[in-house]
Design a protein around this ligand. Structure first.
Ligand SMILES: Cc1ncc(COP(=O)(O)O)c(C=O)c1O
Length: 391
């Protein structure tokens, strides 16, 4: 049977399962416990953050980032600029939590935010929050974004759910803004079956995230912070553990998922190195190729989850799709395309014409990148695409 080239493959391998089974035989604590804390510390260290909070998905991580901004009651307004090229749950929590989302077009190179349009929107609306997505692992123009952050003073959330291990000027994405989210869903860099992480360098934000994660109580905070909160709210000692300080959720994960996460972290460097290498090989084949436009950021070391390009037209993309299908190579549209064309947005705010996001929507396609693919595989996939004439 000829080889199939899937967009994503399992990262939980035999050694992870063996480790999990051995651990389960010890009759361990299965709800959230010590291993969650250990996984958080390991991940924070690896990704260059002070703090990490483990939750049950990347979507929950996004939800809590927004919720933490609201709960801290320090936002000047509820306006948030969201990217047109995003995942649905990058944008959905803004709607659910009563933010006023304003959509910004994509940059032609990075597919992240178009900074010219972002600045115009900041001038017009004075939004207190901006959320970005490092689209499929390619970093935004962080120098430009940080200059705008300095000028306009917004809170910056980095949805890095598909960008674990990507660096910009040698620094991990996710470490530039106020909070960052990551996903450990199947097909992402590492998997905890389902799972997500929120990272921040700010201790009080971390404490807020811990409360929001778990019902609004303080049980996961340090003993000193628990006591301080109880005293500030005149809570008698008997009631302390069952006092709810903020309107919380339950988006916890468990020690079982953290055990898998810890086992997966041993492979983090290897997985990222392979993805970076594969991405470079794709770039060497596609940048400048006739009829194709590539997503890129020359300042990035790109640990992509998939390689993206734009065909010259929708029919060119159809022909590429057919050639890939014949060769057993999976492809798909880029993320969800222009989010303003998705019913959850369009039915509320109408769909918006966006020059770049629409082009990505109608001509973009993803190609497989995962640690199971070799350089030869990437050349084979590239050959298949490049053999399709643009006209
Ligand atoms: C950019 C982005 N944000 C958020 C998510 C949601 O992550 P999860 O599937 O873990 O909820 C994804 C999932 O693919 C994503 O790509």
């Amino acid at each position: 049977m000829s080889k199939k080239y899937l967009l994503a493959e399992h990262t939980i391998e035999r050694d992870d399962i063996k480790d999990l089974v051995e651990w389960l035989k010890q009759n361990p604590w299965l709800t959230q416990g010590e291993l969650v804390r250990e996984f958080e510390q390991t991940y924070a260290r690896w990704s260059g953050h002070r703090f990490a909070v483990f939750v049950n998905s990347g979507s929950s991580a996004n939800l809590l980032m927004y919720a933490a901004l609201l709960a801290r009651e320090s936002l000047a307004n509820r306006k948030v600029i969201v990217p047109a090229i995003a995942w649905a749950t990058t944008v959905a929590p803004a709607i659910q939590l009563g933010f006023e989302p304003i959509m910004c077009d994509a940059d032609e190179q990075t597919f992240g935010l178009d900074l010219g349009q972002l600045e115009a929107l900041l001038r017009q609306h004075g939004a207190a929050t901006v959320i970005i997505v490092h689209v499929l692992g390619v970093p935004n123009d962080m120098e430009g974004l940080l200059a705008l952050k300095k000028r306009y003073g917004f809170q910056l959330l980095e949805d890095s759910c598909a960008a674990m291990g990507t660096r910009y000027d040698g620094k991990h994405v996710g470490t530039f803004g106020d909070m960052a989210s990551y996903s450990f869903y199947f097909g992402h860099h590492l998997s905890t079956i389902e799972g997500g992480m929120i990272c921040t360098d700010d201790e009080s934000t971390r404490d807020m995230l811990l409360m929001l994660r778990s019902h609004g109580w303080t049980k996961d905070l340090s003993a000193e912070e628990q006591a301080r909160m109880a005293e500030a709210h005149h809570v008698i000692p008997f009631n302390r553990t069952f006092t709810f300080y903020v309107p919380g959720y339950n988006v916890r994960s468990t020690d079982l998922n953290a055990r898998i996460g810890l086992s997966q972290m041993k492979k983090a460097d290897r997985v990222v190195a392979r993805r970076v290498e594969n991405h470079k090989t794709y770039q060497s084949r596609f940048i400048g190729a006739a009829g194709l436009h590539c997503q890129q950021n020359p300042r990035g070391t790109i640990s992509s989850i998939s390689f993206c390009a734009l065909a010259s037209s929708a029919s060119h993309r159809d022909r590429i799709g057919a050639a890939l299908a014949r060769a057993g190579i999976e492809t798909r549209p880029i993320g969800g395309g222009n989010m303003s064309r998705q019913p959850f947005w369009a039915s509320r705010f109408g769909s918006t014409d966006m020059r770049v996001a629409d082009r990505i929507h109608t001509t973009g396609f993803q190609l497989p990148n995962h640690p199971g693919l070799s350089t030869e595989d990437i050349h084979h996939i590239s050959d298949t695409v490049l053999a399709v004439s643009a006209t």
